[in-house]
Design a protein around this ligand. Structure first.
Ligand SMILES: *Cc1c(COP(=O)(O)O)cnc(C)c1O
Length: 299
């Protein structure tokens, strides 16, 4: 690819992406998990970033054609898949802040194994902010990740794997983690922060909520204060915490740091909800468990 040093995406950040996966089912066929949702979210991000939207047939036909060509690269081992990364960025060679007239849409793929081999330790942000309502936190746009790198490095130096982002006003309400949405189980109810424009609307988040509700679990989306989590830990009612996302699937959280304190979660083997969800979700994506919601799309 050739581009101008004045290419506007590099200077002004009109760059958005998606993350999705293709899986091999027991018959050896390749299937995509909820690709329509990625298509819709890409264009939602495009709207927010004042970019031109991608026509549905270009996205879906291009996706299917590419994955068909690459289908021998779709692995079949447990936890593995073909990761798919659609990308849209501004290509006008123009110095000056304005929406680009020209864009490139492309898709790249690579085979991946399990994302995190170990449960993750997260540190609640107390200084850095990822997003506030009205900003671009609910767009999958490049700058959000650039802004998160320094805080993540600082959290790493304190022994944590990821930042647990908090609301940008009071640092009181939990939002999400790196590239995952956040769930906790307290006293038998599963809570996740309510979407507020600052949280990325994860497709895995939606799948998790749907599966939990369909299977009789009590799920509540609400503004979720970190103090509730620490109080539950003290009371012995904090039984599970996990992140959800395409890359990581269901990723159990082993500890949460906040305000100089830390809570530890029960051993991963004892996590009924996150273990069940991981098996369900991966089983559905791989065609091993019945897909009652018609989430899988054959190539
Ligand atoms: C992609 C992403 C998620 C997870 O979304 P999925 O659609 O479930 O993969 C969560 N948070 C952020 C910030 C993300 O970029």
């Amino acid at each position: 690819m050739k581009f101008s040093p004045a290419m506007s995406a590099l200077h002004y950040g009109q760059s958005i992406f998606e993350g999705m996966k293709a899986f091999r089912n027991p018959a050896g066929e390749v299937q995509l998990f909820r690709p329509e949702e990625n298509f819709k979210r890409l264009n939602k991000s495009a709207k927010r970033m004042s970019m031109e939207e991608v026509p549905e047939e270009i996205f879906m036909d291009g996706l299917k054609k590419l994955v068909s060509l690459d289908k021998d690269w779709v692995p079949s081992q447990e936890g593995s898949s073909l990761y798919i990364r659609p990308l849209l960025f501004a290509t006008d060679a123009y110095i000056g802040v304005k929406s680009s007239k020209n864009y490139t849409f492309l898709i790249i793929t690579c085979p991946v194994g399990k994302y995190y081999s170990e449960p993750v330790k997260v540190l609640a942000a107390d200084k850095f902010v990822r997003a506030i309502p009205g900003g671009v936190g609910d767009a999958k746009t490049a700058g959000n990740y650039a802004a998160a790198m320094l805080p993540a490095t600082k959290a790493n130096m304190e022994g944590y794997d990821q930042v647990l982002w908090m609301d940008g006003y009071e640092f009181k309400y939990t939002q999400e983690i790196g590239t995952m949405n956040f769930f906790v189980e307290i006293d038998g109810t599963i809570y996740t922060p309510k979407l507020n424009g600052a949280i990325l609307e994860g497709i895995t988040r939606d799948s998790v909520i749907t599966l939990l509700k369909q299977n009789g679990y009590n799920v509540v989306e609400k503004d979720l204060p970190i103090t509730d989590i620490f109080e539950a830990a003290e009371a012995g009612t904090l039984t599970d915490a996990f992140g959800s996302g395409t890359a990581a699937s269901i990723s159990p959280i082993s500890a949460i740091g906040w305000n100089g304190k830390e809570v530890e979660l029960p051993a991963v083997a004892d996590r009924k909800v996150s273990n069940w969800l991981y098996k369900q979700l991966e089983g559905i994506k791989k065609g091993e468990i019945e897909d009652v919601n018609n989430w899988n799309i054959p190539l």
